[in-house]
Design a protein around this ligand. Structure first.
Ligand code: SAM
Ligand code: DTB
Ligand code: SF4
Length: 332
């Protein structure tokens, strides 16, 4: 490793963790001996967060399937034959009732996802009513509805939306291998509309789509070098879905996945790093390593949007064994 790029392991860990990051600097960190990488990540984590608290988010698919986009990983794309049944936009009252159940089970953030390229103007009233209703329950609100123009972002902000999830998914170089119906630049445009409207950004990606190590590193470099790093960084491990182009993808090597989490923590010290999709395929030990590497948020509940998630009993048993407690809601 180039000595100049080698992080100084003896200095204050946050001293060198500042943007802008170059790929070479990020790669030098990613390639550290595993114990040094984890020690750095955990040290930075402790400077910024309670190491034994993990934030709990709950997902709901408010509009499932039939999506016009062709994302190669997704069960909801109309371009693939995943066998998923498409449904219409859910009724506002039902969304609020589901959110109440999630709140009573300990979730502090409610994330509503729709299989849209972007919301139609005619859907905005219902979506706004969902934000207002969930907010009134005392939960943080998050939505992921595809691309937004500035006006739509401002309207959601006015309704009280706290977070908008919009992932860059992978590196700019690999993006067109996975999605052809929109570009990496389209993603960045929506992210700037969200940021400019004052909504907090939730943005991350997927690991295990056949990408190279350089793609994982470049994805994190792009995120860390945004005008502000995202408040929340979901790192998903691909859930291979039968009938999609990535249905037969080889699983990511677990240590590579943990390195990706650690690098995200080091490059974005103040962000919540979410150990997102794919936990059903992870051992408890792998999840424990991810928490040690700085992951401090998860999705709870039996289902993500369409795919399985470990469920409350498994997660509370894991938390008990690890001495982890749910994070309180952030003060508003
Ligand atoms: N349609 C909206 C969009 O694409 O922005 C929102 C919903 S989309 C399902 C949200 C994110 O879920 C995607 O950007 C992707 O990162 C993640 N995701 C979808 N399918 C996945 C899978 N099979 N495995 C892992 N992550 C997945
Ligand atoms: C994110 O990064 N992961 C969540 C959330 N944002 C919307 C979605 C995961 C979806 C997993 C596949 C499914 O449930 O269909
Ligand atoms: Fe549609 Fe989002 Fe799935 Fe892509 S990831 S196909 S945009 S629902």
């Amino acid at each position: 490793m180039n000595a100049e790029l080698s992080p100084d392991l003896t200095s204050d860990p946050i001293g060198w963790a500042l943007p802008p990051w170059t790929r070479a600097e990020a790669q030098a960190v990613y390639d550290l001996p595993f114990n040094d990488l984890l020690f750095q990540a955990q040290s930075i984590h402790r400077e910024n967060f309670d190491p034994n608290r993990v934030q709990l988010s709950r997902l709901l698919s408010i509009k499932t399937g039939g999506c016009p986009e062709d994302c190669g990983y997704c069960s909801q794309s109309a371009h693939h034959q995943s066998g998923l049944k498409a449904s219409k936009l859910m009724e506002v009252e039902r969304v609020i009732a589901e959110a109440r159940k999630a709140r009573d089970a300990g979730a502090t953030r409610y994330c509503m996802g729709a299989a849209w390229r972007s919301p139609k103007q005619r859907d905005m009233d219902a979506v706004v009513a969902m934000v207002e209703g969930v907010k009134a329950l005392g939960m943080e609100t998050c939505m992921t509805l595809g691309m937004l123009d500035l006006g739509q972002a401002q309207r959601l902000k006015q309704a009280g939306l706290d977070y908008y999830n919009h992932n860059i998914d992978t590196s700019e170089r690999y993006y067109s291998e996975i999605i052809s119906t929109r570009t990496f630049a389209d993603r960045l445009d929506t992210l700037s509309h969200v940021r400019d409207s004052g909504i907090k950004v939730c943005c991350g990606g997927i690991v295990g789509m056949g990408e190279e190590k350089a793609d994982r590193i470049d994805m994190l470099v792009t995120l860390a070098n945004l005008p502000e790093p995202p408040d929340s960084v979901p790192i998903n491990m691909l859930i291979p879905i039968e009938g999609t182009p990535l249905g037969e993808a080889d699983p990511i090597e677990p240590i590579e996945f943990v390195r990706t989490i650690a690098l995200a923590r080091i490059m974005m010290p103040k962000s919540h790093v979410r150990l997102s999709a794919g936990r059903t395929a992870m051992s408890d030990e792998m999840q424990a390593l991810c928490f040690f590497a700085g992951a401090n948020s998860i999705f709870v509940g039996d289902t993500l949007l369409t795919a399985d998630n470990p469920g409350e009993d498994k997660d509370s048993a894991l938390f008990r064994r690890l001495g982890i407690k749910p994070m309180e809601r952030e003060a508003q």
